[in-house]
Design a protein around this ligand. Sequence first.
Ligand SMILES: Nc1ncnc2c1ncn2[C@@H]1O[C@H](COP(=O)(O)OP(=O)(O)OP(=O)(O)O)[C@@H](O)[C@H]1O
Ligand SMILES: [Mg+2]
Length: 279
Amino acid sequence: MTNQGDSSTGGVLVRDVRKEFTSPKGEPLRVLDGVSMDVRPGEFISIVGPSGCGKTTLLRIIQGLDDADGGEVRVAGALPGQGPTGFVFQRASLFPWRTVERNVAFGLDLAALKGEPGRPATRSGRRDRVAGLLRLTGLADFADYYPSQISGGMQQRVNLARALAIQPSVLLMDEPFSALDAQTREKLQRDLQRVVHETGTTTIFITHDIREAVFQADRVFVMAARPGRFVKVYDIDEPRPRRAEFQQSDRLAELAREIWGLLHHPKSEAALAAANSTA
Ligand SMILES: Nc1ncnc2c1ncn2[C@@H]1O[C@H](COP(=O)(O)OP(=O)(O)OP(=O)(O)O)[C@@H](O)[C@H]1O
Ligand SMILES: [Mg+2]
């Protein structure tokens, strides 16, 4: 595993994190065991792994929504939950009674409420910030629409714009495009590439779609279950922001096949054990 992360300037450091839950029967459930990753500032990381292996749990710990039972986490040099972090979930969580513009502005209202930095002091400064984000995410013409009047893909764009409103150094995304059709998803992947490139945002992106993971990331972390841990890290040596040609390339398909094999091959236990020794 690389050790070049600089969490003080916008990276993320996760070191030897452990997490246990209690099962409904009252038995301890070891969900994360010795999870470590160093994410460099501006880097794009994808995490793939079987359902229930602990991906969301890890993201919640990085976000500060859950506490680890052991280990260390730093987000842009601060403890989880203390610095501005953007979060985009699988399902769009917009306020139906607010327009697109007001939904994006909500990120700024919330930051003010929590006394977080990163919010323009003046009303016109805030309006400019929101207008810039709407342009960046291709929503400028839909500022006055309500969520029910726009498509699912557009709703996820609004979520992204809202998460970026506070100019977070780190963006955490948990299967943000999984509810969308394939074509919309590929378009949003390209848009996300452009947006995080322009904003320089460090991104951790969870997905079940291996092609999506490879297309977007500088590195793909592969997780195994019970207990959740990283078993292999793939370097995707391709300039970012990624473009449509890479999305359709043989190289991407080959990398995706290799990762798929690691996750699904009948001999995966042996493969994982072998990979584990090099991860
Ligand atoms: N609050 C909780 N209490 C008890 N067990 C929990 C809790 N949250 C998660 N778990 C358990 O932890 C394990 C990991 O869950 P998690 O949601 O992190 O998996 P995941 O990798 O995100 O899965 P998926 O790909 O299906 O989203 C699961 O076995 C789940 O049942
Ligand atoms: Mg999950």
